[in-house]
Design a protein around this ligand. Structure first.
Ligand SMILES: NC(=O)C1=CN([C@@H]2O[C@H](COP(=O)(O)OP(=O)(O)OC[C@H]3O[C@@H](n4cnc5c(N)ncnc54)[C@H](O)[C@@H]3O)[C@@H](O)[C@H]2O)[C@@H](O)CC1
Ligand SMILES: [K+]
Length: 487
C-alpha cells in the first residue's frame, strides 16, 4: 500500500525520531533527498544552458529550512542559487548561513524591485517552493500568493518541498491561492493531500524521500492506495472445488422501460467481476438477455428472483413502476448490497444502519451532496471529509466517484484509487462500475475491497478502452484490465 498519514501523526513520529538523533539530522536527510531530485531534473537542462540557476522560495518555517539546506548543496555543485525570503527575520538561520557559505544569496522579497524579480524568475532553471509544508494553514497569504502567481507566470518548473504550498495536507482541500508543482518531493511519508483531489492535482509527480520515519508511524494509515499487486491478490479466482454457485451469484435490480441500457451495462460490469452467475430481475430483461445471453433473467422484483450472494440496485431504475419496492426488498435481503444512482435518492441512514449484511453506497458528487444535504461544490472541494461523513452517517462503506475515487468505511483508512481517467466521465460508466463492484461482492470480497478493486479495474479499463471511451468500450476492456493485473 502507498500510505499517507495526517500531520498530527507525522509530527509525533518526527519528534520521537528526532529525540534519538543528533540535532538537524532529519532536515539534513530531507535536504539531501530534495537536492538530489533537483540535480536530477537540472542535468538535462544543463546542456542547453551555460549556468543552471535555481530560485528558492523560503517561508518562515522548517519547510523553508529544507529549501535552504538543499540550496546550499546545489550551490556547492556550482549551481547559482538565489533564495527569496518571504519572512527574512524568521528564515531558518542555520539554513540561510549554510546557503551563504556555499556561495548562494538570500534576498528579502520585499526589497526586490518588480523588474528584477521578473528577470530572476525568467532566468531560473527551476523554482524550489519552500513557502509552507505541513505547517501551512489555509491558502497562501497575499504576499506569498502574489509571488506564487509570478512564478507560475514565469513558466519555470516548480519543485514543491514536502507539499505544494497552499494545499491542506490532511484533507486535500485547497482553500485559496496555491503554487502548483511539476514535482513534489515529500519526506518520511505521503500526506493525504498528495493522494486526494483537488490538492493532488497541484502536486505533479510525487517522490518520497526516506528520512527514517517509517518504523515510528502507526500500522494503520489515514489514507492509502492499493498497489497493482495488492489488487491482483484480491481478485477472485475459481478453484478446483468451484461451481457457478460457489463462485457467487449476483442479483441485479437495475434499468426500467425508460432506461434499459443501465440494466445492460450493470450486468455487463457484473459478468466481468469474477462471479459464477448473474441474475437480473426487472423490466429490462429482454434487453439484458439479448446482449448478455449468459444472464439468468426474470421480469419480477428481487424477492421473486432466486437466491443470490449479493445485490446491486439502482442504476436506471428511473420510472420503474416498483422502484420503491425494489429498494425495500434489497435493503431487507440478508446479503451484501450495493446501492447506486436512483436507489440512493432519499435513502434513510437508519434503514442502512439496521441491515445485518454489508452495504456499499456508490454516489457521485451530486448524489453524495444530496445525501449529506450540502452543495455539490462542498463535496467536490472536500472529498475526503465528505466520504468519511457519509460512511459514518450510514454505517456503511461508501465509494465516492470522481477524479480520484475514494472508498471509506465508517472507521479505518480511506482507500484512494489512482488509476482513473477523465475519459470515464461518460454516460453509463458508473453503471458498469456498480455491476463490477457488485460482482466482486458476490464473489466474496469485503465491501471496501470490492469497491477499491472495482475502481482500480474500471480505471485501467478506462485507459485500455478505444478512444473516445464509451461505457460499452470500458466494459469490453475489463478483461484486458484484469489480465494486466494477473499477468
Ligand atoms: N519536523 C521535522 O522533523 C521535519 C520537518 N521538515 C520540514 O518542516 C516542515 C514543517 O515545518 P514547520 O512546522 O515549520 O511549518 P512550515 O514551514 O510548513 O510552515 C510554517 C511557516 O509558514 C507560514 N505560513 C503558514 N501558513 C501560511 C500561509 N497560508 N501562507 C503563507 N505562509 C504561511 C508560517 O507563518 C510559518 O512561517 C515540513 O513540511 C518539512 O518540509 C523536514 O525538514 C523533515 C523533518
Ligand atoms: K512547499
Amino acid at each position: 500500500m502507498r500510505t499517507a498519514y495526517r500531520v498530527e501523526t507525522v509530527r509525533a513520529a518526527e519528534s520521537a525520531l528526532m529525540a534519538r538523533l543528533p540535532e538537524g539530522t532529519l532536515m539534513n536527510r530531507a535536504a539531501a533527498g530534495l537536492a538530489a531530485a533537483c540535480a536530477e531534473l537540472l542535468r538535462p537542462g544543463l546542456g542547453r544552458r551555460t549556468v543552471a540557476r535555481v530560485v528558492l522560495l523560503v517561508g518562515g518555517g522548517d519547510n523553508g529550512g529544507d529549501a535552504l539546506f538543499a540550496g546550499a548543496r546545489l550551490a556547492r555543485r556550482g549551481i547559482g542559487v538565489n533564495a527569496l525570503l518571504l519572512a527574512p527575520d524568521r528564515a531558518h538561520p542555520a539554513g540561510l548561513a549554510a546557503l551563504r557559505a556555499a556561495g548562494g544569496r538570500g534576498l528579502a522579497v520585499a526589497d526586490i524591485a518588480p523588474g528584477a524579480l521578473t528577470t530572476l524568475l525568467g532566468r531560473a532553471s527551476m523554482v524550489v517552493d519552500g513557502i509552507t509544508g505541513i505547517g501551512g494553514r489555509g491558502g497562501l497569504r497575499p504576499v506569498a500568493a502574489e509571488l506564487a502567481e509570478r512564478v507560475t507566470a514565469s513558466g519555470a518548473p516548480v519543485i514543491a518541498v514536502d507539499l505544494p504550498s497552499g494545499v491542506d495536507a490532511d484533507t486535500g482541500e485547497v482553500r485559496g491561492p496555491v503554487l502548483p508543482a511539476t514535482l513534489t518531493v515529500t519526506f518520511g511519508t505521503l500526506k493525504p493531500g498528495l493522494l486526494v483531489d483537488p490538492a493532488r492535482q497541484h502536486a505533479g509527480d510525487v517522490r518520497l524521500v526516506d528520512i527514517g520515519l517509517r518504523p515510528l508511524l502507526p500500522v494503520e494509515p489515514d489514507v492509502a492506495a492499493l498497489t497493482p499487486a495488492e489488487v491482483a491478490a484480491l481478485l477472485p479466482r475459481p478453484t478446483g472445488e468451484s461451481d457457478k454457485y460457489r463462485r457467487g451469484v449476483l442479483g441485479v435490480a437495475a434499468g426500467s422501460a425508460r432506461y434499459p441500457g443501465a440494466a445492460v451495462l450493470t450486468v455487463g460490469g457484473a459478468l466481468r467481476g469474477g462471479v459464477g452467475a448473474v441474475r437480473y430481475a426487472g423490466p429490462a430483461h429482454a434487453a439484458v438477455i439479448a446482449r448478455h445471453p449468459e444472464t439468468l433473467v426474470s421480469p419480477g422484483t428481487p424477492a421473486e428472483a432466486g437466491r443470490v450472494q449479493a445485490w446491486v440496485a439502482g442504476p436506471g431504475l428511473g420510472d420503474h413502476p416498483e422502484a420503491e419496492r425494489v429498494v425495500n426488498e434489497v435493503l431487507a435481503a440478508d446479503v451484501p448490497l450495493l446501492l447506486d444512482a436512483d436507489a440512493l435518492r432519499g435513502l434513510d441512514p437508519a434503514r442502512v444502519r439496521a441491515r445485518s449484511a454489508p452495504t456499499l453506497l456508490t454516489p457521485h458528487a451530486g448524489e453524495a451532496a444530496a445525501l449529506l444535504g450540502v452543495a455539490r461544490e462542498r463535496v467536490e472541494s472536500s472529498r475526503l471529509t465528505s466520504v468519511r461523513e457519509l460512511a459514518e452517517r450510514f454505517g456503511a462503506t461508501v465509494l465516492l466517484k470522481g477524479s480520484t475515487t475514494l472508498v471509506a468505511d465508517p472507521a479505518g483508512p480511506v482507500l484512494v484509487n489512482e488509476t482513473g481517467t477523465p475519459w470515464l466521465a461518460t454516460a453509463g460508466s458508473g453503471d458498469v462500475l456498480s455491476g463490477l463492484a457488485g460482482g466482486l461482492l458476490a464473489a466474496g470480497l469485503a465491501a471496501r475491497d470490492a469497491g477499491a478493486v472495482a475502481a482500480h479495474l474500471h480505471g485501467l479499463a478506462g485507459h485500455a478502452a478505444p478512444m473516445p471511451a464509451t461505457a460499452s468500450g470500458v466494459t469490453d476492456a475489463l478483461p484486458t484490465a484484469w489480465q494486466s493485473l494477473t499477468g
